[in-house]
Structure formats: structure tokens, C-alpha cells
Design a protein around this ligand. Structure first.
Ligand code: ZN
Ligand code: ZN
Length: 267
């Protein structure tokens, strides 16, 4: 086994994905409780809860809710940008309401690759309403994995970074009609639809028909809204767009869910 990717949870109630190689295990985001994250890690049939690092995309609670407790429990270093750490420190409290200090903090900068064990991680800036949000690509043994959710639109720089991924996890957050007609207050609807909100099914379809290289063996639609999307609408919109993609023939389209982990993808 060279590289495996397991989406433990994806959506506005919590996000976390495990990337592992023979010798290195990385968790991207820790947006569920520590107990639930450990339970989902164990479901993969992998009894080792050991991690080499937890990497954080941005400070929204659906990405950091279980971070402090998990990092302490496993004594694992946490990687985030300096600005994200400042925002996290301002907002995060432990169960007694006290401020949190991460014991092992490593900072990185968007655009600068860094190495953790056998994996090269490259963080890149995404347009989202957090202080310094990033997506990631990971490379190990010739395999490239991309994680790209929580973005209002697809800038050229993001398209550039996720080019050539064998596994690409990408946001398909909402159906515009459902969002417009749905129960959210107008201000929240505007936020979701904005250039620093979340990527709609149609915006993702646009990317698939115009700039996508079609090369991913596994394409994972992620961060689906439970209120403003339906998995079948997201899937059909993507399938229709990918139908125009010559290269995307034998490849697999998966949908990440909030309530249970996806099976491990092994490459
Ligand atoms: Zn999120
Ligand atoms: Zn967010």
C-alpha cells in the first residue's frame, strides 16, 4: 500500500480526513469530538490511533471542534498557519471555559510546501470567510491527493494546485435553488453564496466542464449541505458535467457524508 485516504466526516457538523502511507499518518482537520474521531478512526479496522500530525485548514468550529482534546490525548503536533492559530486561540476554550494552549504547535505558510515523514504537504490559499484558510495537496510515492473544501469560488491558483491529483476531494456544498428557497435567514444565504462562502454544485460543475484535467481515479464530492443540497442532485450535476470530460472514464465518483466514514481509498 502506498497511500490511503479515509474521509471520516464531511459537512457543516464536522470535517476530518485521514491520509496515511506505510509510515506516516496525518489527520486533516478535527471537527468532531475527540471520542467520535477515535471511534471513526478505529472503524477503519486500523487499531492504531497514532498520528504523526493534525493539519488544520481554518478555524471554523466544524474543522477544529475536537482538536484540543485529540491533540492532547495523542500527544501529536498540530500544524496551522500563524494567523489561523491566533484566531483559534482567541475563540477556543476547554470544557471548564479556560483558554487553550496547544502543546505542540507547528506553523506553516500558504504556498510553502513542508515535509511530515513520508508526505510532502502543500497548503494553498482558498477564498473563504476565515482569517487564513487553506486547502492542501499531499504527495507521497508518486501519488497526489487534494483536499479542497470551504471555498466561495474556484480561483485560477486553486485550479493550478489541484491539477494532477489521483484522489481529489472537492466541495459540492449546495444546490442554488434549494438554498434560495430554503429556511436559512437571508444574511446566511448571502454568506454561503458569496465569493468567500461555499462552492455550489453548479460552480463545481463549471470547473469540471472547463478546467478540470479529468485525471483523478477517485473524485470525492464533499462538504454537502444537509439543508440545501441532496446527494442525488450533487451526484447528477457532477455526472452530467463529467460526461463532457473525455478522460474521466473508468474513474470513481464518491460522496462524502456527515454521519459515517467512507471506506478507505487505497492507491
Ligand atoms: Zn467547513
Ligand atoms: Zn469554513
Amino acid at each position: 500500500m502506498a497511500v490511503s485516504v479515509t474521509v471520516l466526516a464531511s459537512g457543516s457538523k464536522g470535517n476530518s480526513t485521514l491520509i496515511s502511507t506505510g509510515g506516516t499518518r496525518l489527520l486533516v482537520d478535527a471537527g468532531l469530538s475527540c471520542r467520535e474521531l477515535l471511534r471513526r478512526l478505529a472503524l477503519g479496522g486500523d487499531s492504531s490511533s497514532n498520528l504523526d500530525a493534525i493539519l488544520i485548514t481554518h478555524e471554523h468550529s466544524d474543522h477544529v471542534a475536537g482538536l484540543n482534546v485529540l491533540a492532547k490525548r495523542l500527544k501529536v503536533p498540530v500544524y496551522m498557519t500563524g494567523a489561523t492559530h491566533e484566531a483559534y486561540r482567541r475563540q477556543a476554550r476547554d470544557s471548564s471555559g479556560n483558554r487553550i494552549t496547544l502543546e505542540r504547535l507547528e506553523t506553516f505558510e500558504a504556498g510553502r510546501a513542508f515535509q511530515i515523514g513520508e508526505v510532502t504537504a502543500t497548503p494553498f490559499t482558498i477564498p473563504h470567510d476565515a482569517v487564513d484558510p487553506v486547502g492542501f495537496t499531499f504527495r507521497s510515492e508518486g501519488i497526489k491527493v487534494g483536499i479542497c473544501t470551504d471555498l466561495g469560488y474556484m480561483p485560477a491558483s486553486v485550479k493550478h494546485h489541484i491539477h494532477g491529483c489521483q484522489v481529489l476531494m472537492i466541495e459540492s456544498n449546495h444546490d442554488l435553488e434549494m438554498l434560495r428557497g430554503g429556511p436559512y435567514p437571508w444574511a446566511v444565504k448571502q454568506r454561503v453564496m458569496s465569493r468567500v462562502g461555499h462552492l455550489s454544485n453548479d460552480a463545481l460543475a463549471d470547473f469540471f466542464t472547463t478546467d478540470y484535467d479529468g485525471g483523478a481515479e477517485y473524485l470525492i464530492l464533499a462538504h454537502l449541505s444537509e439543508q440545501n443540497n441532496h446527494p442525488e442532485i450533487a451526484r447528477m450535476t457532477a455526472v452530467r458535467a463529467l460526461g463532457e470530460q473525455q478522460n474521466f472514464v473508468h474513474n470513481q465518483l464518491w460522496l462524502a457524508t456527515q454521519h459515517e466514514p467512507l471506506p478507505a481509498i487505497r492507491l
